[in-house]
Design a protein around this ligand. Structure first.
Ligand code: ASP
Length: 340
């Protein structure tokens, strides 16, 4: 992950400055049906997620299918220790996955604390489409997944197990934000939490979003973050836009944060302004916590305008449309120094 982040940083970010739309275009021809379509995803692995999702939109497919494809790519990414099958486990050495999916008509599904199922986002979609419920958790979510034909498989990688064994020497629960993009980053500064949040607008103007994560490394067994909680880690409304979040999920849960960002856009804020206001509220309410924890918001409105804001430096997000494919942008942040 570290080397991949650094590679992307040097190859894709070289020309970008904070939040300026200095897109890197690959020069690929737009696909049929892609006019007006756009994808935005959190973090550098959002580039890969967008690349997996774009063919769906380029072929005139739905935003919902696109975000599921992008999230599945991240869940299968063998380098990612914060999302999907290669994620770090909880305090007890158990890998538990959280995911949600939502479309702009309010249809949604989610799973939390799911074990031994490789694609939680697709299980979340089944919850949405084949049950009268929105959220299934733990053993019940796994039972449902197996009934739906998802294979049960041991997911914890040797690398994740080794990292957990190393962590047990101190057993200190300590969220580490993604500082490795900073000039001052030291080896081992990589994050021990991050989420793939992906938002799409398709050629018909419909929105959808998905969110998938292994949550905070070394969390208490049974801990659920914001990502599978609609309104906290993800919210979508065709009338307005969509928002997703990454960072320490307890902060988003306290504030129904993604819902807040969408509601701020409904009141006339741009995506950028809405993300900034949500971050500012957090700083006002939790001034001490906000100095050490990372929180990041990403939003798109129904016109395809994109915005992002984070508490701390280091949040990057990927944008993809017919003209720009592998764009990775720096978010603005409240705190601009490495640690405040
Ligand atoms: N929001 C995720 C969680 O709290 C982690 C992250 O995105 O950094 O589980």
């Amino acid at each position: 992950m570290t080397s991949r982040r650094r590679f992307l940083h040097s190859s894709l970010l070289a020309a970008t400055s904070a939040a300026l739309p200095a897109f890197a275009a690959t020069g690929q021809a737009p696909g049929r049906g892609s006019a007006g379509a756009k994808l935005v995803s959190t973090w550098d692995f959002g580039v890969g997620a967008n690349q997996a999702a774009w063919p769906v939109l380029a072929a005139g497919g739905s935003a919902l299918d696109a975000v599921e494809a992008g999230a599945r790519w991240a869940e299968a990414d063998l380098c990612n220790n914060t999302v999907g099958r290669c994620g770090n486990p909880d305090r007890d050495g158990v890998l538990t996955l959280d995911a949600s999916i939502m479309d702009g008509d309010g249809r949604c599904g989610a799973v939390a604390a799911l074990e031994d199922i490789a694609h939680p986002v697709s299980v979340a979609r089944r919850v949405m489409e084949r049950t009268p419920h929105v959220l299934l958790v733990g053993a019940g979510a796994q039972q449902f997944a197996i009934e739906q034909g998802f294979p049960k498989q041991a997911l914890l990688t040797d690398k994740a197990r080794a990292a957990w064994q190393e962590w047990r020497k101190t057993s200190k629960y300590e969220p580490k934000m993604n500082a490795e993009r900073l000039d001052t980053a030291k080896p081992g500064d990589s994050s021990n939490h991050d989420t793939l949040g992906i938002l799409a607008i398709d050629a018909s103007g419909k929105l959808a979003g998905a969110c998938t994560t292994s949550g905070m490394a070394w969390k208490l067994h049974g801990r659920v973050g914001d990502s599978p909680i609609l309104g906290a880690g993800l919210y979508v409304d065709n009338e307005v836009g969509a928002a997703t979040a990454s960072g320490v999920g307890e902060e988003m849960l306290r504030n129904a944060a993604s819902f807040l960002v969408v509601e701020l856009m409904r009141q006339g804020r741009s995506p950028d302004e809405a993300c900034r206001e949500a971050i500012d509220r957090l700083v006002r309410k939790r001034p001490q916590a906000s100095k050490t924890l990372q929180v990041c918001f990403l939003a798109i409105n129904k016109h395809g305008e994109v915005g992002a804001h984070a508490l701390h430096r280091g949040f990057v997000y990927a944008v993809c449309d017919a003209g720009k494919r592998d764009a990775l942008l720096d978010s603005r942040s409240v705190y601009t120094t490495e640690q405040t």
